[in-house]
Design a binder for this molecule. Sequence first.
Ligand SMILES: [Zn+2]
Ligand SMILES: [Zn+2]
Length: 225
Amino acid sequence: MFKYETHLHTSPASRCAHATVEESLAFYKSLGYDGVFITNHFYEGEDKKGKSYEEMMNSHFADYENGLEFGKTIGIKVFFGAEITYNGTDFLVYGLDKEWFFDHPEIEEMKIRDKLSFMAESGALIIQAHPFREASYIDHIRLFPRNIHGVEIINASRSDEENNMAKHYAEQYSLLKFAGSDNHTASKRTKLAGVCCAEPVCDVEDFIEKVKNHNADIFTLTNEI
Ligand SMILES: [Zn+2]
Ligand SMILES: [Zn+2]
């Protein structure tokens, strides 16, 4: 099986991350992963102050671009993803590239449901991340069953209770079952989760096709490094 991390944050692109893209890639390479998706938080709060859309995009993509180069040197595939937020309700977006984001600054002004639909129409795979997460900065749990393709039924950073509710949500609405680590600390993370495939993923479009056609499974793993 070929293993993929689907939910990874790196510093400095994600302010809450504590490991660089190089540290993160070296860690996943040491665990035998075939590839990782870098899903940094997408321009929110403090990050937006005084910056143009283009500046935000350039800093957002910098970690991915550095990772792409570093991944080639150590032999691990690097794919682009993004985690967008709506008041703490988060969505993982795969399949849109830098050109697409530069071409569509209007997404900043869109309502969240319109934005999700627009991204999906543009070919993106949309996964609601940790839908039952509870935290001080989240006013209430919000579900978007008609605007997503799938659900993180295992987010390795969340409790069994939250993940079990996410599984129930996915099953009741026939949504794709997805998993990721939400790793912010590279090798310091003990619990990991991700997606694995019998055949290697060659690019993001191939990954989306495998996930949508159920040619991908989810897995969990304990890091013993
Ligand atoms: Zn974060
Ligand atoms: Zn995340």
